[in-house]
Design a protein around this ligand. Sequence first.
Ligand SMILES: Cc1cc2nc3c(=O)[nH]c(=O)nc-3n(C[C@H](O)[C@H](O)[C@H](O)COP(=O)(O)O)c2cc1C
Length: 305
Amino acid sequence: MNAGLQTELAGIKLRTPLIAASGTFGFGEEYLDFVEQADLGAIVVKGMTREPRPGNAGRRMAETPAGMLNCIGLQNPGVDVFLQDILPRIKRLEIPIIVNINGNVQEDYAYLAEALDASGVAALEVNISCPNTRHGCMAFGVVPETAAAVTAAVKAKTKLPVIVKLSPNVTDVAEIAQAVEAAGADAVSLINTLVGMAIDTHTWKPVLGNIVGGLSGPAVKPVALRMVWQTAQAVKIPVIGMGGISSASDAVEFLLAGAKAVAIGTANFVNPQAITDIATGLRRYLEQQQLQSISQLVGKVRIGG
Ligand SMILES: Cc1cc2nc3c(=O)[nH]c(=O)nc-3n(C[C@H](O)[C@H](O)[C@H](O)COP(=O)(O)O)c2cc1C
């Protein structure tokens, strides 16, 4: 049934190219009443930190035309609780589990890589959009040198495949992708959210407790697609594309742009069975196009001629 949808990423076998994006699928369990396990390629769990984090105070989400803003603030139980209580439960699922790791300083990432190395998870996704508290809170992922340094620090502490999740809040995403590839990244994923803001015109105050937040959903799709296309041309490692995917046709666009797999985020909030619907649509698309495998789509956008 899934033969045409299978793919492989840095040694991880995926039953479908559809990955649940970090922060939008909890630890997976809540969604499995809606999504068929066979339709899910992998689950990226909510961003993990060394210590538990309560998240940001005040309002954390706001709807925008064709999207949403969030400033959750990496609320999570911390890696110890994850390893002791949560992972043993979700490891029973027949779905690769990818852990999204986050830190304030480079050593936090290295610590998490070591702590998770022998845990049985399938891979690590390194969220380099976090503010580096040692360098004026500028995100690790906006400068090639710090993006590469954090990648190398993680690689030094784990044998797991390392996926580096790129920030779109940069001038040249391809340059950052090349820097993390050179530092040993096994794959890159993009995009994380774009920094945005909303203001309440009655109170004249920012809507979000954190003032600014991350924009996601269909509103960001054209930007994400452009960045995935640019990145896929710049690196040899596999690219996981995401940003506003909510239909099979959206997913096909990202595959044509060069993504080997795609992640679904905000769409899960709108339609909890989005991943199953997209998998069904992809199977139908392959049939209609008389293709044997989604690999026949990857990077095949026709430019010129
Ligand atoms: C509520 C929410 C929480 C998120 N939390 C994380 C997170 O913890 N770590 C991370 O790397 N990305 C996080 N993201 C970003 C998503 O994984 C994804 O990169 C982004 O939303 C773009 O995809 P989408 O438009 O399909 O949602 C979060 C997004 C949302 C909407």
